[in-house]
Design a protein around this ligand. Structure first.
Ligand SMILES: *Cc1c(COP(=O)(O)O)cnc(C)c1O
Length: 403
């Protein structure tokens, strides 16, 4: 077995330098736990960034991958693919949608949504409509179109010229949005909860107002549910909390229990602008990924996981809110279900490292927002363990600040 030092040196030598990684080589996972190559155990509150909603190596997903890989791993979309058909049917039956386009990532799902929105405008004699309004602090992916859609400079810097036609407005601000809408607007694209941007929830009525505006002006509403869909908030899709339905929704991350997949779900009216030849993906909806997806959705819906997510999420949230009273450097706690952000008055990266030393993986986004995205099967006891560790770390910081 290669030693850790050599592995990390080779990683830094041979892999494109696009990630700043922790000095940790993870080799095994089961449920909410992962193990590093030196045998150390960690409780995982990152879950592959909201991918492993069912926990690591869920037996139903493992079985489905095993079974499908012995039957058929890949064929072209020239042919009908059984698990792809079944997964599309499940997604449509479980949502507002009528048709699904499959791809391999969140960025690709958003690419498909952007293309479909533009095509729909053209098909309906509104060729002048090409602008898409997105939100400040949003995140929609790393391809040229999706960084153009992303309302954060840091992701766009150095990649000019961007795709034209995107406009950014503050999240939760209808007034500014109304001023940004023009006869050129073809769609509004928004995360029902902003994840990467620091876990920002929509204010009451905001998504309804967006829906109403889009309806009145004949603008398409696109929900990017890549991070918060598939049960993360305690409902299958985050927009269900608001009782509002988009014209297009994008999914990826946890859709196939850890196997790469993306999906764009649309109403029949809008989806009909995609016809043979207008869009495609070689791997999109391939047998292996969609078989895993089928198993993942079935497990999510059949095993009471959504209920548990809500219950444990509420417990977690209220424990973190208690900290807000106790530690003055905590500015805000935000979230829904098991996506929770805790905004600090300072950079959170040291806290992530301290947690790791204690055997807990957590994430920090936007510099100062600790983000918690555990598998949805996390137990109250596991949450309590992390909360205890955080209490200790915050205590150390509190003392440091006071002395
Ligand atoms: C992660 C994410 C994406 C991009 O997904 P990739 O699979 O990394 O391309 C897009 N939108 C949101 C909201 C995300 O959280």
């Amino acid at each position: 077995m290669t030693d850790t030092k050599t592995l990390i040196a080779d990683s830094q030598r041979y892999i494109a330098n696009t990630y700043s990684r922790y000095p940790l080589v993870l080799v095994r996972g089961q449920g909410c736990k992962v193990w590093s190559n030196d045998g150390r155990e960690y409780l995982d509150f990152v879950a592959g960034l909201a991918v492993c909603n069912l926990g690591h190596c869920h037996p139903k997903v493992v079985q489905a991958i095993h079974d499908q890989s012995r039957k058929l791993i890949h064929v072209s979309n020239f042919y009908h693919i059984e698990p792809q058909i079944e997964l599309a049917k499940l997604l449509c039956e479980g949502s507002f949608g009528d048709r699904v386009f499959f791809c391999n990532s969140g960025a690709e799902a958003n690419e498909a949504a952007i293309k479909l929105a533009k095509k729909y405008a053209k098909d309906n004699g509104r060729g002048e409509r090409f602008e898409i309004i997105t939100m400040e602090r949003s995140f929609h992916g790393r391809t040229m179109a999706t960084i153009s859609a992303t309302g954060q400079d840091k992701f766009r810097k150095g990649f000019d010229p961007l795709l034209p036609g995107f406009k950014y407005v503050p999240f939760n601000d209808m007034e500014t949005l109304l001023r940004a809408v023009t006869p050129h607007t073809c769609a509004i694209m928004v995360e029902p909860i902003q994840g990467e941007g620091g876990v920002h929830c929509p204010s009451d009525g905001y998504l309804q107002d967006l829906r109403e505006l889009c309806h009145e002006r004949g603008i398409l509403l696109i929900f990017d549910e890549v991070q918060v869909g598939m049960g993360r908030t305690g409902r299958l899709f985050a927009h269900e909390h608001d009782g509002v339905y988009p014209d297009i929704m994008t999914l990826a991350k946890s859709l196939a229990g850890g196997v790469p997949i993306g999906a764009m779900v649309a109403t029949e009216e809008v989806a009909k602008s995609f016809s043979p030849g207008t869009h495609a993906s070689t791997f999109g909806g391939n047998p292996l990924a969609t078989a895993a997806g089928l198993a993942a959705i079935s497990a999510l819906l059949e095993d009471g996981i959504l209920e548990s997510c809500t219950r444990v999420g509420n417990q977690f949230f209220s424990r973190l809110m208690d900290f807000k009273g106790k530690y003055p450097f905590i500015k805000e706690v935000r979230g829904r279900g098991l996506i929770i952000g805790m905004e600090l008055e300072f950079d959170g990266s040291q806290i992530v490292i301290r947690c790791m030393e204690e055997g807990f993986l957590i994430n920090c986004t936007m510099g100062n927002v600790l983000r918690f995205l555990p598998p949805l099967i996390v137990t109250p006891e596991e949450v309590d363990k992390l909360v205890g560790v955080l209490d200790g770390i915050f205590g150390e910081i509190g003392e440091g600040a006071g002395s």
